[in-house]
Design a protein. Structure first.
Length: 237
């Protein structure tokens, strides 16, 4: 408490949340809590202070939809994102292992049938509260989005059930790792372009999290498995 203004300041953070409740809805992310007096008493039967029970809340507007073009150089790309009061960076990296502890060696190109681990993460947000979710991700043979050939990797937040190589995994730090087996489009030598739609979710907002349904009755999609002449297939974001 400030002795001159008598202003009382309460502080909390992700390591000491003090019971703060984070909710999402109506295009807002709200923080709610209550200030209460302690239950200490003069004796077991009486107390000599007025009871205090004050609810308070604050909110942020959810980030706007942003379209960002990234080209991975050296296996990683970083883009700063500014939307209202939100200011964070989006990073995408190509890794050699599921935990993304080793960057992908691109010196010899990307080989067909090679497993790619694509790490999608944010910096500047509280990973204990906010998580980055991949809604959809599809590959094309052009950089024009929906034009040209198209192959779906992620639909409705879940890996394509027709492709057992596709995995979507929470990295435990507020980001996502997308794994898939590299491929080439038949009759195309232009490489592979990835088009992904991502969103930020409050971790306890289960409506925002994808629900994966596993299906085994659908045949595998026929992907091109020969070596991509000349050289190796390229992947672009």
């Amino acid at each position: 408490m400030d002795e001159e203004t008598h202003m009382v300041t309460f502080s909390f953070n992700n390591s000491k949340p003090c019971g703060a409740v984070v909710l999402a809805g109506n295009k807002r992310i709200s923080y709610k809590n209550t200030i209460k007096t302690s239950n200490s008493t003069t004796s077991g039967l009486i107390f000599r202070h007025d009871a205090v029970d004050i609810d308070f809340s604050c909110f942020y507007s959810q980030p706007d939809l942003k379209a960002i073009a990234l080209k991975v150089k050296g296996g990683q790309a970083v883009q700063q994102v500014l939307s209202g009061s939100w200011n964070y960076s989006l990073s995408l990296g190509m890794c050699a292992d599921p935990a993304c502890t080793q960057p992908l060696d691109l010196s010899g190109g990307v080989q067909t049938d090679q497993v790619i681990y694509l790490s999608m993460d944010t910096k500047g947000l509280d990973g204990n509260i906010i998580t980055l979710v991949v809604e959809s991700c599809f590959a094309t043979n052009t950089n024009k989005g929906n034009n040209g050939l198209r192959y779906d990797l992620v639909k409705n937040g879940c890996g394509n059930p027709s492709d057992s190589s596709v995995k979507v995994v929470d990295n435990g730090k507020g980001g996502t790792v997308l794994a898939f087996q590299m491929f080439s489009f038949k009759g195309s030598n232009s490489g592979v372009f990835l088009n992904c739609k991502m969103k930020l979710c409050v971790k306890n907002d289960f409506k925002c999290q994808p629900v994966t349904e596993f299906r085994t009755d659908r045949p595998a999609v026929d992907l091109q498995t020969f070596k991509h002449p000349p050289g190796s297939p390229s992947v672009f974001l």
